[in-house]
Write a protein that binds this ligand. Sequence first.
Ligand SMILES: Cc1cc2nc3c(=O)[nH]c(=O)nc-3n(C[C@H](O)[C@H](O)[C@H](O)COP(=O)(O)OP(=O)(O)OC[C@H]3O[C@@H](n4cnc5c(N)ncnc54)[C@H](O)[C@@H]3O)c2cc1C
Length: 409
Amino acid sequence: MNPPIVIVGAGQAGLQAAEALRAEGWQGDLILLGEEPHAPYHRPPLSKTYLMGESSAEQLTMRGPDALARKAIDVRTGCRVERIDCAEKIVHLEKDGRLAYHRLVLATGARARPLAGAGLQGVFMLRTLDDCAHIAKAMQQAGEIVVIGGGFIGLEFAAVARKKGKSVTVIEAADRLMARAVADSISEIYARLHIQRGVALRLGSTVAGFTESGGRVTGVVLGDGSTVHADLVIVGIGVIPNQELAAAAGIACESGVIVDANGRTSDPFVFACGDCTAMRLANGSLRRLESVQNAIEQAKACAATIMDKDRPFIAAPWFWSDQYDVKLQMVGTSSGHDASVIRGDISTFKCSIFYFRGPKLIGIDSLNRPQDHMAGRRLLDQGLGLTPQQAADESFALNRLFQPETTAT
Ligand SMILES: Cc1cc2nc3c(=O)[nH]c(=O)nc-3n(C[C@H](O)[C@H](O)[C@H](O)COP(=O)(O)OP(=O)(O)OC[C@H]3O[C@@H](n4cnc5c(N)ncnc54)[C@H](O)[C@@H]3O)c2cc1C
């Protein structure tokens, strides 16, 4: 009998890989190992509804025990993999010895990037359910909150904290918000949104240290020497891919476990998906995505490849972020655009920005316009042409482009 397929990491990508393997027809044993004490759960609500108190930990669970049992997925929580031996095809567990594998899927995700000197009480990072349970408790007593990092997670947290009536300062080293991921125009819109809702933004500001009393944070010292008072500090300065297991086993890594669009690593029996990866694109560059879509699509690609099918992940990347009552949905990229047009009304946060490189549509960012986002996904995936004039013209229905062409008789 074949050894099991072993999946390391019981998050979005790991569970998706397990379910996709069953859907693709894997009938052997399937073991999903996760170091967290929880069954796989949805991470995106952590910085949104969970911290707001609108969803419980139970509601974040992806599948109940019955659903997992029906698919014969053996989920082992609190089970950390310490080492991989690729030559012997064995994983070594922190507890309970070792497991042989037929194929191995790495879905180890990423961890929050720590800030030097941030080991004080009242300073938190935001990645896991346990992190958020602690933050939710600490937030009850906190009046003044500082968020270090003006990226998606820091800003989602800032929005929740403002909705809870806290005083919030966001400190960002770049001169604009979400600078790694969005165009200047979106940064400006979000700066306006947060300022309107009462957040103090300190752009272009670095953190020099903290003030404390009895081991508890009392403030954040900025590079210009000023101090912002804080009862609670959230550090949201990005993530580090969990690639150490793979790297120690000799699998090629570079800002993530390197995979192709089919989820293959440099070892023919090891596959990888989700936040732990960096995907080699056709032009030779590496792309790192940290998103639910990436975790799901890469996991499906891995499962298909293991079952000898060729279903690469080639769809346009998409992402969303909820801040206050504004849902940002992004598809494709704005990076490298040379023209953009606006559809809708920026002043009411209900618009889409279409990005073009030459005549080619390369990305769309939508604010509270889900219909534009969904149309944009189809446009980009199918490579359909859209002109800037059509994009800007509200009377031009984007879904007209999907209708089959009628031929004149
Ligand atoms: C607060 C927050 C909000 C987010 N919001 C959005 C959003 O709005 N939209 C969006 O698209 N994405 C969002 N994301 C990103 C999205 O959640 C991630 O891209 C997705 O969870 C990645 O899934 P993953 O399975 O690759 O990694 P993870 O979810 O990180 O899961 C990996 C798991 O592997 C475990 N693991 C690691 N090493 C080992 C080991 N050696 N042995 C055993 N287990 C191990 C980890 O503990 C973890 O449980 C958000 C993320 C966070 C943290």
